[in-house]
Design a protein around this ligand. Structure first.
Ligand SMILES: *[C@@H]1O[C@H](CO)[C@@H](O)[C@H](O)[C@H]1NC(C)=O
Ligand SMILES: *[C@@H]1O[C@H](CO)[C@@H](O)[C@H](O)[C@H]1NC(C)=O
Ligand SMILES: *[C@@H]1O[C@H](CO)[C@@H](O)[C@H](O)[C@H]1NC(C)=O
Length: 282
């Protein structure tokens, strides 16, 4: 079952955005599992001070420290007998999926995907202008992204141009592999690894302003005509190529749609934390 949640309002602020990472390790002094935060492109540990504080308030006595990626993440997991939780924001959500798919012995319990373009990104947002100052029309980005050079850029790893399917399938070295859209030898293994998680929590909403289409945070995406095809009708869902359908059938998928939250406010919004995250951190 999909559990839908709607959060009411409250406010406070902070910033952040979409690869780079670090984590916040909340040691389980009081029996709480460590929480590792994987952030996005333009934010860092500082932007997560608020969330760290909320986690500490909810689960007092936790140890917060900043971690770099896979190499440092692994020891945290190994030390945590009862497993860890991952909160992955924006592009961090795709990095986390990559990890969860490729780490055979991870012990991630809850994987919280906070406004992440899980089905890809196709839109003229400010981010594009930043990456492609002279070239940011979405219809043209594929020229850059679907090339071997472009694929070295993080944003291109999840650029999903619905009008360039063939090029996407041929060139995308990340998202198409994760989704199993481009078949590869490790698919069965990756699926098995991914299914070690206990809960997949998808959080996103209509006022995000960056994730395009906004449905991508819930695994929906454009078809050729830029009409949204929801998760359940996506080929990789139907074929269960990476385990999403199985998670759903197991009752381990929680979906939250929240309005009133801009992209850079997701991790600092207390309502979001209380209503959609806190309960999955036990
Ligand atoms: C917090 O955790 C880190 C990493 O596990 C450890 O190096 C550090 O000593 C801990 N700090 C406290 C105050 O427990
Ligand atoms: C997409 O648009 C074309 C041209 O307007 C139309 O023929 C086709 O049926 C549409 N496809 C879908 C899946 O809506
Ligand atoms: C925080 O989240 C709530 C619930 O979705 C929303 O109504 C509110 O506008 C958000 N506030 C900010 C500052 O993002």
């Amino acid at each position: 079952m999909i559990e839908e949640g709607v959060c009411s309002s409250h406010r406070w602020t902070l910033f952040g955005l979409l690869v780079l990472l670090c984590g916040v390790n909340l040691a389980d002094t009081f029996g709480y599992k460590p929480v590792i935060i994987v952030h996005g492109l333009f934010d860092g540990p500082k932007q997560f001070l608020m969330m760290s504080r909320l986690i500490q308030e909810a689960h007092p006595g936790t140890n917060v420290s900043v971690q770099a990626f896979k190499k440092t993440l692994y020891p945290i997991m190994q030390e945590a007998e009862n497993g860890v939780h991952l909160i992955c924001f924006s592009q961090g959500g795709l990095i986390c999926r990559g990890l969860l798919s490729t780490l055979p012995d991870h012990n991630v319990q809850s994987f919280i995907s906070l406004s992440s373009p899980q089905a890809g990104q196709y839109g003229d947002t400010e981010i594009l202008k930043l990456f492609f100052p002279h070239y940011y029309l979405k219809a043209r980005v594929f020229h850059v992204c679907y090339s071997s050079v472009g694929q070295k850029w993080s944003i291109c790893n999840f650029w999903n141009d619905p009008h360039q399917r063939e090029r996407f399938l041929k060139s995308s070295n990340y998202l198409s592999l994760l989704n199993g859209e481009r078949p590869h030898r490790e698919m069965t293994e990756w699926r098995k690894n991914f299914l070690h998680i206990n809960k997949l929590v998808l959080i996103g909403g209509p006022d995000d302003g960056v994730i395009t289409p906004l449905e991508s945070s819930h695994f929906g995406f454009y078809d050729f005509n830029e009409t949204i095809v929801e998760m359940k009708n996506q080929e990789w869902y139907v074929s269960d190529s990476f385990g999403l359908k199985t998670l759903h059938a197991r009752g381990d998928l929680a979906v939250y749609v929240l309005s009133g939250v801009k992209h850079s406010y997701w991790h600092s919004n207390e309502t979001v934390f209380r209503s959609c995250i806190e309960e999955w951190l036990t």
